[in-house]
Every structure is written in structure tokens, then in C-alpha cells.
Design a protein around this ligand. Structure first.
Ligand code: PGA
Length: 274
């Protein structure tokens, strides 16, 4: 069945189709450049996307560059059907919060999206359930689309609490989120032990967690929302493993770090999805 759906997706509309209700979900490729690249390197990477790929048609591409490079990139990709987002924001509206970036400033710089709750933020910067939820609410109220990241640590996986951890992260982040807000949210499942390590969750393991997330969203909201939402996989995705990752019915896209920093691998990933 998986294979059949994959062929439908590749050969016909290039859409992920869910067997149960045939709800189409447009594949997403999100490039998380983290704290890498000079302004010129970012510019060259964007130029190579535009020169080789033009405007994507069959998939959604979202770039998450350094805050400093957002205005320059936003200008380059204007009208090209490519999204751009901040890697973080602060949950207060504005004011005396030295060093922080506000949601309205991201919008003002040209952002359409924001990443929230990346495991590196949760781990190194002590973001917790409450701050992640506040950030989601702030982003939505400013008109940004949210890519919410969730995922378990190696220790949690070894202790067999992956499902509990991920569902807790989802439930806490969704506090006070309306059904309508869910049109502007996607989820990225990133097992922490697979990020930047070269280790990748087996597609079956990742798909299992994606199903758990979809079920949790069905419980919190409803079945339609659960079947419409895009759930991406992240963690050591590269050109040589994207095919097997995307073959899973419940995996609707990829959030890519390391492999999105080099022109060749980024273009290969994009060409595969587009
Ligand atoms: P990686 O990073 O592709 O380098 O593992 C993914 C991420 O953290 O978003």
C-alpha cells in the first residue's frame, strides 16, 4: 500500500495522499541553517536555488536562515513561492527584552514562518512547555505560520517513553490554540539523537511517531485537522535517505539542517520533492 501511495504521489500529482480519506498534503522541505553561513554564503545558496529550480510548484520550500540575513533573502525570493522564517522568537509582544526578536519584527522583515521549540532551543536555552506554548500563541497572533518541533532524547527513547514525551510536547504546545489556528501550524518530529549525528530513525520508527502525533491531534482537535496537518521528519536527512523517509504515508516533508547548507545536497533534496 505504501508503495502504491508513493507512486501516486511521485507520478501523478506529487502530493502525499492519506489512504483513509485521500486528504492531500503538499510536501514541505524546510532548510534550517542554524548558526551557519555568512551573508554572502546565504546569498549564493539562495541564488543557486532560484537559478536551478525557479519557483517550486509541487512542494513547499521554507528557508530558516540567520535573523541577520532574513531581509536580504526575503527580497530575493519575493514572488517565488518560497517561504522564509525565523529560527526562534520571543513570546512578549515588544519592549525591554535586550537581545530578543519579536514576532512583529519577523513579519516586518519579510518572514512568513517561524520555527518554535527546536530541540536545540529546548536543550541549550531551557525552553519549556510553557515558553514554547507562549511563543506559538505570539507567532500566530502576529500572522506567522508556525513549525513546531518535538522529539525525544536518546535516554527517553531507551527508556521507552518516546510516545509519552512527544504527546506531552504536543499537548502543552497546543494550549489555547483554536481549530482555525491549526491551518497555520505544521509539526516537525525530530528525534534529538538523530540531529546532526548521521543517525536516522528508521522510516518505520519515524512513521510510528508521526501516527502517534496525528492521533494526538485528532484527540485534541478533530479528525479533519489531524488528517490535514503536515508532519515533517527531521534528523540527518540527506539526498541518499530522503526517498525512504518520504515513502512513509504519514511523513509529509523534511526539516533538514546539515544537508541544507551545501548547494548540491540542497538542490538534490529539492528536486526530489518538487
Ligand atoms: P540535521 O538537523 O539535518 O543536521 O540533523 C536537523 C535539524 O535540527 O533541524
Amino acid at each position: 500500500m505504501k508503495k502504491k501511495l508513493f507512486l501516486i504521489w511521485r507520478e501523478e500529482k506529487k502530493l502525499c495522499v492519506r489512504e483513509e480519506d485521500a486528504m492531500p498534503r503538499r510536501p514541505i522541505l524546510a532548510a534550517n541553517w542554524k548558526m551557519n553561513l555568512t551573508s554572502n554564503q546565504s546569498k549564493l545558496l539562495v541564488d543557486s536555488i532560484l537559478n536551478n529550480l525557479g519557483a517550486p510548484v509541487n512542494c513547499e520550500i521554507i528557508l530558516f536562515p540567520s535573523f541577520l540575513h532574513i531581509p536580504m533573502i526575503a527580497e530575493k525570493i519575493a514572488g517565488k513561492n518560497i517561504g522564509i522564517g525565523g529560527q526562534n522568537l520571543y513570546f512578549e509582544e515588544k519592549g525591554a527584552y535586550t537581545g530578543e526578536i519579536a514576532a512583529f519584527q519577523l513579519v516586518d522583515s519579510g518572514c512568513t514562518h517561524v520555527l518554535i521549540g527546536h530541540s536545540e532551543r529546548r536543550h541549550y536555552f531551557h525552553e519549556n512547555y510553557e515558553t514554547v506554548n507562549k511563543k506559538v500563541l505570539r507567532a500566530l497572533s502576529a500572522g506567522l505560520k508556525v513549525m513546531l518541533c518535538v522529539g525525544e532524547s536518546l535516554e527517553e527513547r531507551e527508556n521507552n517513553v518516546t510516545e509519552m514525551v512527544v504527546v506531552d510536547q504536543i499537548e502543552s504546545a497546543m494550549q489555547n490554540i483554536s481549530h482555525k489556528d491549526m491551518n497555520d501550524i505544521s509539526i516537525a518530529y525530530e528525534p534529538i539523537w538523530a540531529i546532526g549525528t548521521g543517525r536516522i530513525a528508521t522510516p518505520d520508527d519515524a512513521a510510528h511517531v508521526h501516527q502517534i502525533i496525528r492521533k494526538a491531534l485528532g484527540r485534541i482537535f478533530d479528525k479533519e485537522i489531524a488528517s490535514k496537518i503536515c508532519i515533517l521528519y527531521g534528523g540527518s536527512v540527506k539526498p541518499d535517505n530522503i526517498k525512504e523517509v518520504m515513502a512513509e504515508e504519514d511523513i509529509d516533508g523534511v526539516l533538514v539542517g546539515g544537508a541544507s547548507l551545501k548547494t548540491d545536497s540542497l538542490l538534490e533534496l529539492m528536486r526530489f520533492l518538487n
